[in-house]
Design a binder for this molecule. Sequence first.
Ligand code: INI
Length: 157
Amino acid sequence: MSTLILKASLTANPQAKIGIVVSRFNELITEKLLAGAVDLLTRTGIPAENIQIVWVPGAVELSLSAQWLASRVDGIIALGCVIQGATSHYDTVCSMVSSGLQRVALDTNKPVIFGVLTTETLEQALDRSGAKCGNKGAEAALTLVEMLNLQQQLKQK
Ligand code: INI
């Protein structure tokens, strides 16, 4: 018997149904993350009608809305931005959103990708949403494509 090694492709299944939850808080940043994610998904072959986008008030609301959306889609991208300098309860918000999203992924058995920027400054957030350091929304979308392919591959083994 040989070793099972799986490395999923980065080519999207055009039939995949994708959910995106995105926070309105720090919308200057999150709209850029959303644009990066949608651009990546459509360029890898996911038709626009297979993408469902849900706006929520803030990062804290991402987890519950992801849970609501989960039954309608194959996988979810959660996009948000928490900036330390502007948030006295930064640690609380970060821990709620990170553990909440992880729980939704494990409870629903669907990939829920963490595309939430947690930065010290607005400048760092801008850098990670399309300026100097790429676009975290696009990265999250590519991660979802890979995870969906991996899940399919594992089901077939
Ligand atoms: N929500 C964010 O998405 N980013 C933040 O930086 C932020 N700050 O600064 O507080 C923030 N707060 C709102 C929070 O996500 C909830 O919407 C709110 O607490 C109501 O539940």
